[in-house]
Design a binder for this molecule. Structure first.
Ligand code: KIV
Ligand code: ZN
Length: 389
């Protein structure tokens, strides 16, 4: 049996921090229902101190989830934030407070204006304070991706000793390369006493387009929780996309020695729901959930897929709730694809008629982006009229 990697969804927190993607309580509840169908382990429902609406959202998501998922609320390393989070999570069956502070030179010097000693003291204080309210406390070392390795070990050791149950090592700015990020996770593994008793969480941003690769590198190096969002929504270029990282783990479970408990058949539904609620469209070529993820338009590929789907598809579209592979007819399509579609439409044509229609099809296809069923019907109609004239 491979080791379980927990899936921590932050669509409702980091995801909705995308400009223009904010969600009200009713919308958050709709997404939370879908996250429960996906069977995620943790739902980060919001940042309760940030607004009365978000406080209410966290409270209602916790009520909805019951004991089906851990519900998590974000705070800064500030007592009043932790008070608000504890209050919003008061009736949660499985509450988690997610608190933390910046640990990179840039965050400590330019944003916090604090020394290393002060940051360590504040980190310990906020974890200890959160532990008064809940057992499950996750600490985030903000901008860990640009932090000094030994200072990171010092902070993480201090919060593990203070009772943190999860330590989150975010690559907040999406700066890292995968092997470098993995070596950071391994360094913590090798140098923090007691770290084997807590979850190490990866939280990666996509500023260099590597959020999924970074999360997987972290898993290889021993991380046991991945923070991610539906459609990769999140600050700036976004977070690790849940659908990508879960499917990559499914494809490479043995090599990664990992599995998740997420139900992938709910991915396309989740993607469409989040996109319609937030108004953030999904690019057609987005992995797993994009409109073209299982569409084939060139003749060589279509011929292969029609003979055996796996020649050009590594995932069965049904496995992620995307229905069937699609054959799109364009000027790059071949004879085999045209014949296949005509048979689907009920036309059993002889070879010479098919050749004739194929030539007319190419003339038409050169003039438009896609040839649709109604175009084929009129091409066949024309050919039949000419034959009977
Ligand atoms: O990117 C980040 O560092 C975060 C933390 C608040 C976890 O989102
Ligand atoms: Zn983030």
């Amino acid at each position: 049996m491979t080791r379980k990697v927990k899936i921590f969804d932050t669509t409702l927190r980091d995801g909705e921090q995308s400009p223009g993607a904010s969600m009200n309580t009713d919308e958050k509840l709709l997404v939370a229902r879908q996250l429960l169908r996906l069977n995620v382990d943790v739902i980060e429902a919001g940042f309760p101190i940030s607004s009365p609406g978000d406080f209410e959202s966290v409270r209602r998501v916790a009520e909805l989830a019951g004991d089906r998922a851990t519900v998590c609320a974000l705070t800064r390393a500030v007592h009043k934030d932790i008070d608000a989070a504890a209050d919003a999570l008061r009736y949660a069956s499985r509450p988690r407070i997610h608190t933390g502070i910046g640990v990179s030179p840039s965050h400590m010097r330019d944003k916090l204006r604090m020394t290393e000693d002060e940051v360590v003291a504040r980190a310990v204080d906020c974890v200890s304070y959160a532990k008064r309210f809940v057992e499950d406390v996750e600490f985030y070392a903000e901008d860990a991706g640009r932090s000094d390795f030994d200072f990171l070990v010092r902070v993480i050791q201090a919060v593990v000793d203070a009772g943190a149950t999860v330590v989150n090592i975010p690559d907040t700015t999406g700066y890292s390369l995968p092997d470098h990020y993995a070596s950071r996770i391994k360094y913590l593994h090798d140098n923090v006493r007691g770290v084997e008793n807590v979850d190490i969480s990866v939280h990666c941003h996509n500023d260099l387009g590597m959020a999924t690769a970074l999360a997987l590198a972290g898993v290889r190096a021993g991380a046991t929780q991945i923070e991610c969002t539906i459609n990769g929504l999140g600050e700036r270029a976004g977070n690790t996309a849940m659908e990508e990282v879960v499917m990559a783990i499914r494809m490479h479970a043995d090599e990664l020695d990992a599995h998740t408990d997420v139900n992938p058949r709910e991915f396309v539904k989740a993607s469409r729901l989040v996109s319609s609620i937030t108004g953030m469209g999904v690019q057609a070529n987005k992995a797993i959930v994009g409109a073209n993820a299982f569409a084939h338009s060139s003749g060589i590929h279509q011929d292969g897929v029609l003979k055996q789907r796996s020649t050009y598809e590594i995932i069965d579209p049904a496995e992620v709730g995307a229905g069937q592979s699609q054959i799109i007819l364009t000027a790059r399509s071949g004879h085999a694809a045209l014949k296949h579609r005509l048979v689907e439409l009920g036309y059993e044509l002889g070879e010479s008629e098919l050749d004739k229609i194929y030539r007319a099809f190419l003339d038409l296809a050169d003039k438009k982006k896609e040839v649709f069923d109604e175009d084929l019907e009129s091409l066949v109609g024309e050919s039949e009229r000419e034959a009977s004239a």
